[in-house]
Design a protein. Sequence first.
Length: 414
Amino acid sequence: MYKTIAGLVTGLVVGISFGATVVAPRLEPVLPDTPDPSIRSSSSSVDLATNPEGDGSVQAAKGTSFPATLPEQITQPQQMNVSRPGLEKPIIWNMASLFAANLPAHRAQALSLEKNIQQFTTGSIKINLHEPGALVANHEEYSAVRSGSIEAVFGYSGANRVNSPALGLFSAFPFSPAPNEILAWMRHGGGEKIYIDLNHKAKVHGIICGIAPSESGGWSTKKIETTDSIKGLRIRATGFAATVMESLGATVSEISPNDIGAAFKSGLIDSAMFAEPTADLALGLNNFAAYYYFPGWQKPSTLLELLINLQKWQALTPEQQTAITTVCKYNLQSGLVEADALQFQALKKISAEGVTLLRWPEPVLSAFKNTWQQIARKLTAENADFRKTWNSLHDFREEYSIWQELKEQPPFIP
């Protein structure tokens, strides 16, 4: 009996030593001045959602590993013991969200992030998620996380960063490739390093941490049949899409999401681009416009990000960094599976209420694409960061397109 117990104890000691000296060091951390905005009471709540679209602005850390997207591989993260000796209280971070309840796909991923980070770090890090406008003023979230007034923001790359258009290329942009291609470029085509450098230069650390489905092409009170129909069109749009529509002669307003309905009702706008069908339905846009256009050329899909103050990120242990990144991988995987799954039910409800679903006429869609390419060329000539990012993505896509073409198969309906 004595020998048995001694053997067990010896084995346990050896196992712990092996884990501490061999296994733990292999846990690789992933993905690696603006005045402080006024801080608001965290108990306040504002229904107004920060714009879910890019604002025309266009970062990721060394060693980031984006996950495979097979549904059968998606599992809930398990707890990891990342506690530190002598640490009695958890690290508590305040995180502003850009997404309110009327963006269900976005909001669900923010809530998942808040819950799973605490669980996966065994309570050593606690995230307090705040509604848009409750922690800091809308559109000041990026300034706040840069300055350290708040620790983190859950949003999308490029939000509230008008001076850095390159960042929009890491979230969503007109006629962008599918998410798997963007992620392949980031992980294997050099995009990840550019993303890291851009973010770190701005004193923040970004991790791709979710995905939203393709937006609709927009709502309109009248049919848009030719490019002439766009001239004089009063439309709610933001980011690159707003620039495209303005270039084609539309009058653009950047209206807050919860005010879109009132803008339709008052006649301020007769068209609007917002988000995916579930969000459009939640906002009740089907009550104000009769025509619903597809595809959402302006944002085929949107990568979401967790943006963290760089000093706060660097102060974490490698194990804590790994835990946060793993949670973001899970968020991305689940988002890839769930993002599109709920849209058809929303479309059925929208259609049942008398809204006409339409595809953009081919000449109009071509005009959108040609106009965007002109804007991209202009940004490439004027902005060094955009040029570097755009050229990197372009070079990767040229080779990727060969594989894409070879593997394409006709649609199969059982």
